[in-house]
Unconditional design. Structure first.
Length: 318
């Protein structure tokens, strides 16, 4: 007699791979440790998660190279916030295309963000398959890009909603600024807010291969050393607008209303629908010395324990 052993259920196909951009040093190491005990610990089988690190120039025995779930890119570890996250984001897309050949979407998250992955999974799965290749998913705001070769590469006329674009442009004197000598202006363009967003597979591949990306790299190299940070989410929106959108059917998929599905504040006022919560410094009471109040952190834990009981245990001990 042959005994019949029930076969294991087939694994669900991978829908998305999420790269969590993180930095070097103890502060960021502590952030990763918290996330590994929270939402990164047991993601749905349809989602893969990696921490994306800038490891170029680090010795072979560097701690970052041996942490679990880390993608060590060749981006120099010495790259700071000026352009390091942008280069790491591009490296993530290049890696993800080959490492996750069945994933339809490539997400990006910050390392001070809590994601409720079941909700994220439902929303990503709701994107029609035929539209997912060129999908851009997130919560959106609008910017203009102003570039003066060798001097500045920055964003102006921020509009939190599309209906505010003209008001924002008028308030910041955009027309006059764009008419200054040697200034090039682009926009308005939508960009996905940085705590979490996702790109379709073909859109990400077209972005990293766009000739204009090399133009941006050269523009960064020519900027003065004291130039301010170029935030990666605004840059991504501008790059898609300038280098890809003219020949790709990009389609925006809005995550949901601000402060309902996505929240980005320090007041710990959240709803039960929140899937993306940008905690900023005070999430990591053990990792930073300038947090506002340990009591506030404990109160926040009680209000958000539905999503992250592990984090609450950790932060309430400090």
């Amino acid at each position: 007699m042959t005994s019949l052993v029930p076969s294991a259920a087939p694994a669900a196909p991978l829908l998305a791979a999420i790269g969590v951009l993180s930095g070097g040093g103890k502060k960021y190491e502590a952030r990763r440790a918290v996330l590994r005990q929270a939402w990164v610990a047991d993601p749905p089988s349809e989602i893969a998660v990696r921490f994306v690190m800038r490891c170029g120039g680090l010795p072979p025995d560097a701690r970052e190279r041996h942490e679990p779930q880390v993608l060590c890119t060749n981006v120099l570890a010495s790259e700071d916030r000026f352009r390091g996250p942008i280069l790491a984001l591009l490296a993530w897309y290049e890696h993800a295309e080959h490492a996750f050949p069945t994933a339809r979407l490539f997400g990006k998250a910050d390392d001070d963000v809590y994601l409720h992955l079941p909700t994220i999974l439902r929303q990503l799965a709701a994107i029609p398959v035929e539209a997912s290749s060129y999908a851009l998913y997130g919560t959106f705001s609008w910017w203009h890009l102003l570039h003066e070769p060798g001097r500045r590469f920055h964003f102006a006329a921020y509009a939190p909603r599309q209906s505010f674009i003209r008001i924002a442009a008028r308030r910041c004197g955009l027309v006059e600024r764009c008419n200054e000598p040697n200034i090039s202006c682009w926009g308005p363009f939508p960009y996905p807010n940085g705590p979490f967003f996702a790109l379709g597979r073909k859109l990400a591949a077209q972005l990293v291969r766009a000739p204009g990306i090399d133009w941006d790299r050269r523009a960064f190299d020519a900027l003065p050393a004291n130039h301010g940070m170029i935030v990666e989410d605004a840059w991504l929106g501008s790059a898609l607008w300038r280098h890809v959108g003219y020949n790709a059917p990009v389609e925006l998929f809005k995550l949901g209303s601000y402060d309902r599905v996505y929240s980005d504040n320090l007041r710990f006022k959240v709803s039960n629908d929140v899937a993306i919560y940008h905690f900023r410094c005070c999430l990591f009471a053990a990792a930073c010395s300038d947090c506002a109040s340990r009591t506030a952190v404990r109160e926040a834990c009680r209000s958000t324990a539905r999503y992250d009981a592990v984090r609450c245990t950790l932060t309430s001990e400090h």
